[in-house]
Ligand binder design. Sequence first.
Ligand code: ZN
Length: 245
Amino acid sequence: MGTEKITGIVLKEKEHGESSKQIFVLAKQVGKICLFAKGARKPKSKLLAATQPFCYSDFLVFQGRGFHSITQGESIETFYEMRTDMDRFLYGSYLLELVERTSQEGMEQDDVLELLLRTLWQIAKRKDNPRLCSVIFGLKFLQYSGWMPDMECCAVCGAKVSEVSYFSALAGGAVCTTHSESGSPISKGAIKAMEYVFHNSGQAIYRFRLSQEVLEELEQLVDASLQIHMNVKLKSKEFLDEPFF
Ligand SMILES: [Zn+2]
């Protein structure tokens, strides 16, 4: 019991009663935490801005028995640009859902928090391609989760692969030509991009561009790997994969 300060990014909101809501926040040194925001849906609520999804905020939280209630909230960065463009909004929502669905309450994930903040910054402020940023996020996120595909030996038989041209998300790495049926073709561009993201950190991981073809290839690889290794298939992603007519 008592009051504590929590800083984090709002991943999700859930209506509660007439005018309140619950928010799920990925917080610094805390991990995912559910906070109750009383009256936050009232148009004049002081908590209105700070409790919106995408918002990076400071919260003063009263810790009761089995619940956390926000007494004060102040946004540090609203990332409002995420809401002014459909692509930015859809890919951004996908990132929030991915983190929300894969994180456990009370497990610190400061590396993921930093990655999410940086990625939103690239999309919102630098106006980088949101699709590419999401793929980069996915690769780094998989790496933080312990996923490290072996690109030197076949993931099926263990034989050394001198020139990788097939990859299996299921087996978790390159596959030799004998076991090419277990995987899909992978281009040199996709391998290079993947290794670049793995071996760099911070702002540097966003510093490259891809052709549309390689981007799509890498996106499929990331989606398949997330599905297999983290057991997530996201609603927001299904919407993104639908063609817009
Ligand atoms: Zn093999």
